[in-house]
Design a protein around this ligand. Structure first.
Ligand code: ADP
Length: 251
């Protein structure tokens, strides 16, 4: 969508987001714009609010202040309901969140058929294509218990992609994986980035963050402390808190 000044509106805009869990002020006045096609990586120490921010963006957690805008749809939870918003904002979790009683294909088809009311033939063709791409087409009738952690996480990514989301939120998607499976999952994400998928990613994989990000956002204690391109952030972070964080990560 072009604005009157001819500039492109951000795909996602957060304005003044505040989030409390009881007395804990988890997010303080968060303001953030993400452009279409941009890959933004959120970094920061454990407990600083990264996961909460992702969960607020697709309405899994209510906010106590501020608004979230998705280009073309207005304010989420107001102009467009959360259920509808989640059809445009895919999310992948550390713990996969696959249904164990459904096979791979049925896990993938559930959202597109039930929530998006699409035709089975069309969605299954898309699912087949995505499964072929990640090398798991042969496992389409397998159940989650028959898959490795890396395979389950690649299926969870395909499930999110099959909704044709405008934005993908990835919350520590390799944190539960054995080291030898991390690469196969991160490679899928790198491919998506190269194809122009807009993503907001939380990760502890610093090498991956540096490679995949167009922009790094560093948070601490519920606030955005600094933002920079990855080269600048990793070689010359502006704040002492970011320097301390990178030292702690041995990076
Ligand atoms: P991060 O993802 O950066 O590790 P989180 O978003 O998980 O941080 O947590 C931010 C803060 O909110 C922390 O103080 C955490 O303890 C608190 N918190 C997160 N989830 C909950 C919850 N469901 N109930 C209460 N407090 C929570």
């Amino acid at each position: 969508m072009k604005s009157v000044t001819g500039t492109t509106a951000p795909l996602l805009s957060l304005r003044g987001i505040d989030k409390y869990y009881g007395d804990i002020h988890a997010l303080h006045d968060i303001n953030l714009d993400i452009a279409a096609g941009e890959v933004v990586v959120l970094l920061g120490p454990s407990g600083c609010g990264k996961s909460t921010l992702l969960r607020c963006i697709n309405g899994l957690e209510p906010t106590q202040g501020g608004r979230i805008f998705l280009d073309g749809y207005g304010a989420l939870g107001e102009d467009i309901g959360w259920h509808a918003a989640r059809q445009h904002i895919g999310m992948v979790f550390q713990s996969y969140e696959l249904f164990n009683h459904l096979n791979v294909l049925d896990n993938i088809l559930l959202g597109p058929l039930k929530a998006q009311k699409r035709q089975r033939d069309e969605v299954e063709a898309q699912a087949d294509q995505l499964l072929q791409r990640i090398g798991l087409y042969e496992r389409k009738t397998a159940y989650p218990r028959e898959l490795s952690g890396g395979q389950k996480q690649r299926i969870a990514i395909v499930r999110a992609l099959c909704l044709n989301p405008k934005l993908l939120l990835l919350d520590e998607i390799t944190a539960a994986l054995d080291p030898e499976m991390v690469r196969e999952v991160l490679d899928v994400v790198l491919e998506l980035a190269a194809e122009g998928m807009t993503m907001l990613i939380v990760t502890h994989e610093m090498g991956f963050a540096r490679k995949v990000a167009d922009r790094i956002i560093f948070m601490d204690a519920g606030k955005i402390i600094e933002q920079a391109d990855p080269e600048t952030f990793f070689t010359a972070p502006a704040s002492q808190r970011a320097q301390a964080f990178l030292n702690l990560m041995h990076y």
